[in-house]
Design a protein around this ligand. Structure first.
Ligand SMILES: [Mn+2]
Length: 336
């Protein structure tokens, strides 16, 4: 496997050669996904490149403060006349882009993937120019975008810096998670130097919650249960709770951190059934349990301390299976 530096150079060459880009990230995009997409849009735009910013799903309301957010479209453009470079951010499986991922991959001329989740990428499956930088030591995909811009010598203006700072701030839980390192703080310093305003961004990210969200959080906290002497905590959200509060699923992104904040907890789970029969589960751990591996047992994935999965099924049954499987990780061994 090539070292990151060599791959960065290859990715930089692809970006500097091309004029037209489609920049996207995973479905149900988070702060890192949206921040990285928008930063790409700002920087490529300043270089006079044409780019379409696309996510399958809506941008969560809490991220609507980001400069340029209205540029993100949710329909794939019809580009029949010629080629484009596909930039895939914050995921390394093309299906994670959503239902149109495979079509975009088929239609593009070249691909650049920047991500920090566990995985091998999809370059080996495509017969076109494809550069994939998957660095699980990066705190956020936004950090990899910044490295790439530096490699290119392209300017990161205030808007781009605001988007990248938001990517880093949200993916590190406000510089609190295990992915926070000296590299993170070096990057934060550089971004603030480029014009990002830490206080304003923190207010927008963490202290601008709609009332409906806090009401839903109240209901979620009521459901908190613990297992294995408090090592595992679970919160559950039902379709009725969403309806009662008038909240959307995208408003629950940080709820699981409340389950994780319990003193005795190693693994925390939030089980959401936003629509009847469709269950999505967020998993967090503090120290020794690899929740990405736990999520993979249900077809999901993620990072060591933060992962998730989505599946059709009965939430009670999924919960029982989760409790059982989490138990095998918590007791130190996993029966494969
Ligand atoms: Mn990320």
């Amino acid at each position: 496997m090539k070292k990151n530096k060599a791959l960065m150079k290859e990715a930089a060459a692809l970006l500097s050669e091309d004029n037209r880009f489609l920049v996207t990230a995973h479905e149900r995009p988070d702060g890192d996904a949206v921040g990285s997409i928008l930063a790409m849009g700002h920087v490529l735009g300043e270089q006079g490149r044409q780019c379409v910013l696309y996510t399958q799903d809506d941008v969560p309301k809490g991220l609507s403060f980001l400069p340029g957010v209205s540029r993100i479209v949710h329909e794939v453009p019809e580009w029949k006349d010629g080629s484009f470079c596909l930039v895939v951010l914050d995921c390394n499986e093309i299906d994670r882009v959503g239902k149109d991922g495979a079509m975009l991959l088929g239609g593009c001329e070249s691909v650049v993937v920047l991500d920090h989740h566990l995985g091998d990428g999809f370059c080996q499956e495509v017969s076109k120019t494809c550069v994939s930088i998957i660095d699980t030591t990066a705190c956020a995909t936004g950090a990899l975008c910044f490295e790439l811009f530096k490699e290119l010598g392209w300017k990161v203006n205030k808007d781009a810096a605001t988007c990248l700072y938001t990517a880093v701030l949200t993916d590190t839980g406000g510089f609190r998670y295990s992915n926070t390192s000296v590299r993170t703080f070096d990057l934060a310093k550089e971004l603030v130097g480029c014009g990002a305003d830490p206080y304003e961004i923190a207010l927008s990210c963490f202290e601008s919650r709609p009332l409906s969200k806090l009401k839903l959080l109240g209901l979620a906290l009521e459901t908190l249960e613990v297992y294995y002497n408090g090592l595992l905590s679970i919160m559950t959200l039902t379709p009725e709770m969403f309806e009662l509060c008038g909240s959307k699923e995208s408003e629950t992104d940080d709820f699981v951190s409340y389950a994780r904040s319990l003193d005795t907890v190693e693994v925390a789970a939030l089980i959401k059934e936003a629509k009847p029969g469709l269950v999505s589960v967020s998993l967090r751990s503090k120290r020794f349990v690899n929740v990405a591996e736990l999520a993979s047992r249900f077809g999901g994935g993620g990072h060591f301390n933060a992962a998730g999965f989505r599946m059709a099924g009965n939430p009670t049954e999924i919960k029982e299976r989760l409790i059982e499987l989490a138990g095998s990780y918590l007791q130190g061994g996993i029966s494969k």
